[in-house]
Ligand binder design. Sequence first.
Ligand SMILES: Nc1ncnc2c1ncn2[C@@H]1O[C@H](COP(=O)(O)OP(=O)(O)OP(=O)(O)O)[C@@H](O)[C@H]1O
Length: 229
Amino acid sequence: MNDYTTPSLEITDAVLELGDGESLVRALDEVSLTVMPGEFAAIVGPSGSGKSSLLAIAGAMARPDRGTVRVHGTDVSKLSKSATTRFRLRNIGFVFQSGNLIPSLTAADQLRLAGRLAGDRHVDVETLLDSVGMAHRAKHRPGQLSGGERQRVGIARALVNTPSLLLVDEPTAALDRQRGHEVVALLADRAHNANVAVVMVTHDREVLEHCDRIFEMVDGRLGAHALVN
Ligand SMILES: Nc1ncnc2c1ncn2[C@@H]1O[C@H](COP(=O)(O)OP(=O)(O)OP(=O)(O)O)[C@@H](O)[C@H]1O
């Protein structure tokens, strides 16, 4: 389903206000961002600057008050609630801080379940686990895996629906330096070799060397560049 000329993510002039009355916060202030298939974009910025809000509208978990969000050409802010859920399951992958795996399921079954939820009963579990270097751990449960291995399974699970867009929240938070580099290098590999657009929020400036583009959020506004330490 991927063509390589339509942006995987196109956010235009998005405004998102949270809270109300005196506690009203403009979490996103006229944010625009375009990410093409195969690009790996990082979002950095201080706590409270709006990074999670950006991921939330990109993943159609929240609707901006103004502006548009297109995922692979579809304006997700115009879809009904049920259509949004279906669209998300089929087109967007999510990777969370600590893998967020289900404790009782083996690595292979985590992927099978995700496939069924996305409406695809014929997931090639072995190839997917192999693509993240985890084929040899297919029968292990999360408790039998290291933090880095859990993240790898989480990434494979997020790729089950062959998403055009992969949204990644602080993937190195629970990892040591080397494992953090390995996981982010794996995300770069998937972006470049599976042509997925990856948008990663991170506090970890050390891993930015793996990214193609770096953006900095400050007070709800997105800047084009950030300094890499
Ligand atoms: N439900 C809410 N109601 C009111 N304000 C909110 C709500 N959620 C977030 N905010 C505010 O919106 C702004 C952006 O928050 P957001 O979580 O997007 O920032 P962040 O950059 O992801 O922060 P962190 O790095 O700490 O996760 C912050 O000022 C926050 O306090």
